[in-house]
Design a protein around this ligand. Sequence first.
Ligand code: GDP
Ligand code: MN
Length: 310
Amino acid sequence: RADGHQVPPPVVHYKLNELTSSDSAAAQGERILILTPMSRFYQEYWDNLAKLKYPHELISLGFILPKTKEGSAATTALQEAVAKTQAGPIDSRFASVTILRQDFDPPIISQDEQERHKKENQKLRRESMSRARNSLLFTTLGPATSWVLWLDADIVETPPTLIEDLTKHDKPVIVPNCFQRYFNEDTKQMDVRPYDFNSWRDSDTALDMAAKMGPDEILLEGYSDMATFRALMAYMASGLEDADPHQEVELDGVGGTALLVKADVHRDGAMFPAFPFYHLLETEGFAKMARRLGYTCWGLPDYFVYHYNE
Ligand code: GDP
Ligand code: MN
């Protein structure tokens, strides 16, 4: 200005009480943040993001990658994919993209240990994943974010209507069933099998086991010497051709391969515990924390996303 005074930057007001997360998300112009911890880049994952029908101008993307050789290769591939899409047709461009590199060491995973040590590895790995998810969440969640969609980098098959399909349930936390395609040697045909066992309804057995545990001990799903008898969503799929993909079940634990969360649940403080929380870690601990905050968690046993098969 001629008088030499600087114009102070404008103060931006966000009315959080007017920020909605509703069953008509796109029509309401609700912004969604898709968050992905990524150790490897899969083109199929990116192609599915690019094909999402939800208005891309309402979608922001956030990634966190480990500081490993593998993580560096994935970062390069991801940056190329981002550059291509963001230079493409305006309608295809995402609102914003944030790429973070982890500031802590990756977990050390030893190969042949005894069962107990394997569990210990699982503990370190999931604590490390919790820190990665929390770093990503706390640096990218904005005042205009209505929804957060957690989507793993190795989820290679998702419907283009994924966001509309999940938001329309209008749930605080909702998770589809994560399966995997494989070649069935018995039938000599391609087949599907459950992949993610972290979405479950609790059992008295698991609660009793937890009650007898020390403060640092955790419950893990899928270990024969730790049978929890929880009801796993993986086994609730009807298997029927004409199954209703929108049938809901209430859950106590959730997996994070694909997981939709109302941003207010995170804003209230629900995150991924990197420490035993009610003897649960990461996404299962998150579900517990969300429930302790008064929210409910839901699953769609007959709505599928598919995990890469290595
Ligand atoms: P699993 O499928 O449950 O056995 O777990 P993954 O190994 O696939 O990890 C879950 C997600 O986190 C995937 O999207 C991985 O690409 C990503 N991931 C795995 N390890 C790391 C890590 O050390 N750091 C980060 N930032 N992401 C990771
Ligand atoms: Mn995976």
